[in-house]
Each structure stands twice: as C-alpha cells, then as structure tokens.
Ligand binder design. Sequence first.
Ligand SMILES: Cc1cc2nc3c(=O)[nH]c(=O)nc-3n(C[C@H](O)[C@H](O)[C@H](O)COP(=O)(O)O)c2cc1C
Length: 236
Amino acid sequence: MKKLVTLLAMLVMLASGASAQESYFGGQRVLIAYFSWSGNTQRVAQEIQRLTGGTLFRIEPVTPYPTDYTECTEVALEERDNDARPAIASTVENWNDYDIVFIGCPVWWHTAPMIISTFAESYDFKGKTVVPFCTYASTFRDETLQKIVDLTPDAAHLTGLGARSGQTSGVQAWLNSINDEWEENGGSTGINNVSATQGDKNNVTYDLSGRVVKNEEASHGVFIVSKNGKSHKVLK
Ligand SMILES: Cc1cc2nc3c(=O)[nH]c(=O)nc-3n(C[C@H](O)[C@H](O)[C@H](O)COP(=O)(O)O)c2cc1C
C-alpha cells in the first residue's frame, strides 16, 4: 500500500511537471534570470519557475553588495551614476537552448541595477523573447521594465510584470495573459509591450525603501527627491 501511494505521488508529480512545462509558450525552453538583493525578486522568480518549469539563473555579483541597507543604496547609486558594469560571478550554461528569457530585478534608484546591464550585454538575444519583471516598493516600476526592454533590443518582448514588494499572487494570471499574447503573435518576434504606466514621478519625495513620504514628514534622514524627471538624494 505504501509503495502504491509513493508510486501514485510520483506519477502526479511527473504529470504536473510535464504539463507545466508544456502549457506555456508551446513548450519552448524558458530561462528565468534574476538579480535579488533581499529576496523579493527571488520569490517572484521561483514562482515563475514553479509555473513554467523553466530554469532559474541567479545573477550574482563577483563583489557582493553590502548587507547593510544604507551602504547598499550608496554603492548602488554610485554604480548607476558611473554607468558601471559590475561583474557577474557565473554564466548561463547552454544559452542557445533557451527561447524565452525572463529577466527580473528590484527597482534600484528608479531603474534596473547596473548588473542587469552587465547581464544583458553578455549574451546574444537574437531570436529570443525577453520578458521583463521587477519588484519595487512604490515607484519607477515601468521605467525599470522599460530599461530591461531597452537593454535587449535584439529580442522580442512580452508584457512585463511589476510585483510590489515581491508579491506573487498576480504571477499566474500574468503568465496566462502573456502566453495568449505569445500565441496571438504565433510566437514570433516584434512584440514590444511593457505594463501600463503608473505612479507620479514628478515632485515626489521618498525614502530609501522607495516609500513615498509627504514633505512635512521628510524632516530627518536621507531622502530622494524626484522633480521633472530628475532625482537627487537629499539629507534633511
Ligand atoms: C539600492 C536600492 C534602491 C531602491 N530604489 C527604489 C526605487 O527607486 N523605487 C522603489 O519603488 N523601490 C526602491 N527600492 C526598494 C526595492 O526595489 C524593493 O524593496 C525590491 O522589492 C527589493 O527586491 P529584492 O528583495 O529582490 O532585492 C530600492 C532598494 C534598494 C536596496
């Protein structure tokens, strides 16, 4: 009896694994490449993996980012302002085998962390379909998704997902919709959508977690003030 139960469990696992793999993007091979500093983007990446049966690739810097939040924001800002290309510790094996490449990251200082630029410039995206995703506290979701699209001009793109604080509840509905999008286009190239715009990027002050703060509350500490599309760090 115990053996039978084990056998049945194995069959169920096999069946569900196989159907997950085949039910999205016509069974084409999926890679989920992501960078995550505090785990939110990793959670979303793992959910995409669970549902698509794709392969996870964690983009890890050769030089780890500081574990202290404020120090990390400082390194990140410096990298962004210097258009840095932080080195990546490992490479994707069998790159040519993948057709659909999800690229995910947190929003860092209004855009994708510079290590995403390193990643995008390290591989040939011709013939691939890139799907951007990001996690964020409150702002610059669309700019970050757009950045991933801009970094991969040779690829086709499907509509991206921005998951606030790394929430995974919307992942399945999103995958279903981009699968439809992919099927409608016959799996061909030339799709270049990112999510609809949201958020007010003008005249906003927010803290280092990306939380919008009202000006009167912004009395002590380090804040980012965003005005007319430009932003700078202020110490109050
Ligand atoms: C250096 C740094 C910069 C950030 N900048 C923003 C930002 O501009 N807008 C925003 O909404 N959140 C910002 N955040 C918050 C992260 O995007 C958010 O917490 C994200 O889900 C973290 O993902 P992770 O856990 O995968 O690293 C920033 C966080 C860090 C560490």
